[in-house]
Design a protein around this ligand. Structure first.
Ligand code: ATP
Ligand code: MG
Ligand code: MG
Ligand code: MG
Length: 576
């Protein structure tokens, strides 16, 4: 009989010839932003259907890296992992009122008995149901439960690959507290954990004040990875820590707003009549061919969000008949006027459309149309077919820019961000609705306060690429790379000592704790290096006959322009 414990066999080297890599030279036509393009080219994801992606073995390695960092920091912060079902009964969602209120993003399904369920887009109801079965005394509080679980949201326009998918991986945590003060303490604790997570992942990020949106509740902050392709606009001060999602900044800004909500009217049918409405209100004839989505204020201020083929294709307004005589402001001029970071005028989420009032006449840009009347010019971002603007988030950015500035003496700047995390103080909304109480020190039934904390694990992978890439491909931060290092073997068939030396080096790196792959696919050096650069491995080591003869390995860091010839000791020192 075998002796217990059985010895573990040594793991075989991670050979790329035995792995599944499938890169492509072509730039996929369907991808608009760089992360989507590179994830497809590198073969990290493949589309199954709209907003549904398969993570290839390569992609999954990266996803798991993010997941691991998130899990480690959540554990360190004292949260406890569990797992809730993704399919949840209608009755539970009716208790909170969200079966109706959540809207079309909620995917509803029926089983064979015609019972109704949804696929969880978030899990406040399910966790509160677990809590009301498990927690009965103040002694069990505070507690913070988290899971890493697939979510589904039937997004109106899934796009940018896994950045805005319908099925995606989220870490969601929910905490329960006897008092509001204790909730505020845990909220700060989670805020700190999130900062550690994004720092460890090597991302440039900013925490900003946010609207609590459909989830509801009191205090709320979002974590944004800064990138020009971000769908969100954020405002931050150069003079203090102040930073806010522009929705929240606008809501807090003093002074007159854009037209009040009730005076705004949505016109969404892309018809001639719509265009004429807009044109009449603007006092400008618009092209008959331009399809439009328009937001109109009946106070005479008109914000026309026009996006027909013209705007989509980036043709300037000057080409629109009737507007040719107007002066066009260039991008630089608009950015300067707005005090925005370069790149601010990227694709805007129309739900967060902003309105600018200034003393210009007409200006236009790709994806933007600026209309004018005597009062000034108006600008907004448009995204055809996505959520239409909600009137209350259409705000006058000028108020934000000029009204905040006074407080800390700094300048308010605007930048674009990708929302990768969100923390909320929910209060008692769900615990109250689901009738969840615990007994306090005096034996009195008390409704606990709740917090919830989300991180878009799969979105982070795309967001990291937006921040870290070059012409050759992805440039992973070390913590997210599929492997930290790769040992490339040149012409292994010519000289068996090359393959042996590569394998020995591989084992040495692995023993030193450096996660390494062995590229033994036997490709020509050019093709092999192109793949390795595309998939973004930070450290590349080439083992060749020539190098071995000189006693060196060729080393190159993915961020460095040049390679160096290093002997074994100098090479290993790079991984210290
Ligand atoms: P967004 O404003 O981008 O629609 P959200 O505010 O609706 O996001 P939350 O409810 O705060 O999202 O969910 C927590 C996190 O889940 C988000 O911060 C984001 O990182 C991620 N997430 C949300 N929707 C998607 C999606 N469609 N695809 C990928 N990740 C998503
Ligand atoms: Mg959303
Ligand atoms: Mg959001
Ligand atoms: Mg959010």
């Amino acid at each position: 009989m075998a002796k217990w414990p059985l010895p573990y066999p040594e793991s075989p080297p991670m050979r790329l010839s035995q792995f599944h890599l499938h890169t492509s030279k072509e730039t996929p036509a369907e991808a608009e932003i760089v992360s989507h393009k590179l994830m497809l080219k590198a073969g990290m994801i493949r589309k199954l259907a709209a907003g549904l992606y398969t993570w290839s073995p390569l992609g999954l390695r990266v996803l798991r890296k993010v997941e691991t960092v998130v899990r480690e920091e959540m554990d360190r912060a004292g949260a406890i992992e569990l797992q809730l079902p993704t399919i949840q009964p209608k009755e539970l969602w009716e208790e909170s009122g969200r079966w109706q209120k959540f809207g079309d993003q909620l995917l509803k399904i029926r089983d064979r008995k015609e019972a109704e369920y949804c696929y969880s887009p978030t899990a406040e109801e399910a966790i509160t149901d677990f809590a009301r079965q498990e927690l009965s005394s103040y002694k069990q509080l505070p507690v913070n439960f988290y899971q890493v679980q697939t979510k589904f949201r039937d997004e109106i326009r899934p796009r940018f690959g896994v950045m805005r998918a319908r099925e995606f991986l989220m870490k969601d945590a929910y905490s329960f507290h006897l008092t509001d003060e204790d909730l505020a303490r845990e909220y700060r604790n989670m805020h700190a954990a999130y900062s550690r997570i994004f720092t460890r992942l090597g991302l440039r990020f900013r925490a900003v004040q946010a609207d609590s949106g459909a989830i509801g509740g009191d205090a709320s902050q979002e974590f944004h990875v800064l990138a020009d392709s971000g769908e969100d606009a954020i405002a931050f001060s150069t003079g203090s820590d102040y930073a806010a999602n522009v929705e929240a900044a606008a809501a807090a800004a003093p002074g007159p707003r854009s037209a009040p909500a009730e005076t705004l009217r949505k016109v969404e049918t892309p018809t001639q009549r719509t265009c004429e409405d807009v044109a009449a209100l603007l006092g400008i004839p618009l092209a008959r061919t331009v399809k439009s989505v328009a937001l109109m204020a009946e106070d005479g201020f008109v914000l026309a969000l026009v996006r027909g083929d013209h705007a989509v294709n980036g043709i300037k307004l000057g080409k629109v008949p009737g507007l040719a005589g107007h002066r066009l402001a260039g991008e630089a001029e608009i950015l300067e006027h707005l005090g925005c970071e370069p790149g601010f005028l990227g694709p805007l989420n129309p739900r967060k459309a902003v309105r600018i009032v200034a003393d210009r006449e007409v200006a236009a840009m790709a994806d933007f149309v600026v209309g004018a009347n005597e009062a000034g010019f108006h600008l907004a971002g448009v995204n055809w077919g996505r959520d239409l603007p909600e009137p209350d988030v259409v705000a006058d950015i000028r108020n934000v820019v000029e009204g905040d500035r006074a407080e800390d003496g700094g300048e308010l700047r605007l930048a674009r961000g990708i929302e990768v995390g969100h923390v909320f103080q929910l209060g008692r909304k769900y615990s109250q609705a689901l009738g969840f109480t615990v007994l306090d020190e005096n034996g009195k039934a008390t409704v606990p306060a709740m917090g919830c904390y989300g991180i878009g694990i799969s979105r982070i992978v795309a967001a990291a690429i937006e921040q870290n890439h070059d012409d050759a491909g992805i440039v992973w931060p070390e913590a997210m790379a599929p492997w930290r290092a790769v040992v490339c073997v040149i012409n292994p068939k010519n000289d068996p000592t090359v393959a042996e030396a590569a394998e020995a080096l591989y084992r040495e790196l692995a023993a030193a704790g450096v996660e390494t792959a062995l590229d033994d696919r036997g490709l020509r050096p050019g093709a092999m290096f192109a793949d390795i650069e595309l998939i973004g491995i930070p450290h590349r080591i080439v083992v060749s006959e020539r190098g071995l003869a000189a006693g060196t390995f060729e080393y190159r860091h993915r961020r460095a322009g040049e390679s160096e010839n290093l002997d074994r000791a100098a090479l290993l020192a790079r991984f210290g």
